[in-house]
Ligand binder design. Structure first.
Ligand code: PLP
Length: 414
């Protein structure tokens, strides 16, 4: 009998059902303490800041790397770095976390939302229909760590001479046809915040191949010492090195010390997550009412989250809320309906930003029904964490058992 109807739950102890991340082990503690006694503020590109930037950009084989105090500010650095301004348009995924796009409002450029395809990522076919003479760039997010269709996206950006920016905040270590995400476009940003695969609690990083983007990003948020250290004397904006543009977006050395430890384990984390995702795919692929994640050929996702599509028609129209309630009752407490990450056209900021940003009056007027594919994906998305250590195999097996049980006995919920 299902636990929601008074039966025994699959997992009795909440502690055995949790996904704990980040795990603060001895190595993390030692790294942070060591940094704490060294220095907690770094003005130029040196110490732990330089080490992490070097490791991260060398791993990706990209020329410039810039740590920031959040992923949102890494994204902001890209938009200001690329010198976007009023009159410019940036084609953006409608289905992403809003901070992928919201920093654009500080540049004056207009975000133009683009429909998703069945895997939840931006639909390359729809991008071409949105290109105008004002289009300067295409922004993409590799949602939940599943790579976007990079062959098509790179092709479109080349054909129309557009810049390509990647939000890799879900996608640390993921590859497409053997090439790391974040290396396909002109610039990329990663969040290094709380639950992200590489985390310092708060933080972000931008990589770029474009020295203009890099120098302008330095001026945006790293004034004085670092600008004077890095921007060459003959560069046109060097005269602003002391003040920059006036903001400060520097990262905290203690956070970076923490990130360093997790980043040193990236390949191991990636393999462990793949193992779990393969297990989920194998088990959930056989069940009624679920569709396992779709992805473009040649994809090796990061598995930041494992997002399945729920198909109520196959389970007697059982509502997704009731289904998830029954899973929670079985002790599967991490099963999640990811509601804060939904289609942007549902948010007031994208329906009419003008009370916050008056210069946008009349420029954006998205409605709730504008993007049916993204809406459907979001409405039917169920998210699981992707455990990655060997000790986690019991919890993974129990989650699979929980889904099997609820689906087998779903009629008792109707
Ligand atoms: C987390 C996240 C961000 C924002 O990063 P912060 O570090 O929280 O500022 C941006 N985009 C995506 C896709 C994210 O998941």
């Amino acid at each position: 009998m299902l636990a929601i109807n008074g039966g025994k739950p699959i997992i009795k102890d909440r502690n055995e059902a949790k996904f704990n991340w980040p795990v603060v082990d001895k190595e993390v503690e030692d790294a942070v303490l060591k940094q704490l006694h060294k220095t907690t503020s770094i003005y130029d590109r040196s110490g732990v800041i330089k080490e992490f930037e070097d490791d991260f950009k060398n791993y990706h084989d990209v020329e410039f790397g810039l740590l920031t105090n959040s992923g949102t500010n890494a994204l902001y650095s890209i938009f200001v770095g690329a010198d976007l301004k009023e009159g410019d348009e940036v084609i953006c995924p409608v289905y992403t976390f809003f901070a992928t796009i919201s920093p654009i409002f500080f540049t004056g450029a207009t975000p133009v939302l683009c429909e998703a395809q069945a895997d939840g990522n931006i639909d390359p076919k729809k991008i071409e229909e949105l290109i105008t003479p004002k289009t300067k760039a295409v922004m993409i997010t590799h949602m939940w760590g599943i790579p976007c269709d990079m062959d098509k996206l790179v092709g479109i950006c080349k054909k129309y001479d557009l810049k390509l920016f990647e939000d890799c905040s879900h996608a640390h270590g993921a590859t497409y046809k053997g090439k790391l995400l974040g290396t396909f476009g002109d610039a990329a940003a990663w969040s290094l915040q709380g639950p992200k695969i590489i985390t310092g609690g708060e933080g972000g990083i931008m990589l770029t191949k474009d020295r203009d983007i890099y120098y302008r990003a330095l001026l945006l948020g790293h004034y004085n010492k670092r600008c004077r250290q890095e921007i060459p004397d003959d560069y046109s904006l060097r005269k602003y090195a002391t003040t920059g543009m006036g903001l400060k977006l520097r990262s905290h050395p203690l956070a970076v010390a923490m990130m360093q430890v997790y980043f040193s384990r990236i390949d191991k984390i990636h393999l462990g997550k793949k193992h779990t995702a393969d297990k989920f795919n194998e088990a959930f692929g056989k069940l009624k009412g679920l569709r396992i994640p779709l992805m473009a050929e040649g994809s090796s996702p990061s598995w930041y989250g494992y997002v399945i599509q729920y198909v109520p028609e196959e389970l007697g129209e059982l509502s997704i809320e009731k289904f998830v309630e029954a899973l929670h009752a079985e002790g599967l407490i991490e099963v999640d309906l990811p509601d804060s990450t939904g289609p942007l056209n549902e948010l007031p900021l994208f329906q009419d930003p003008s009370d916050l940003f008056p210069s946008y009056r009349g420029k954006l007027s998205y409605k709730s029904e504008d993007f049916p594919v993204a809406k459907k994906f979001y409405k039917n998305a169920i998210k699981l964490p992707v455990w990655f250590t060997e000790e986690d195999s019991v919890v993974v097996d129990n989650y699979i058992k929980g889904f099997e049980k609820v689906i087998k006995e779903h009629k008792s919920l109707l």
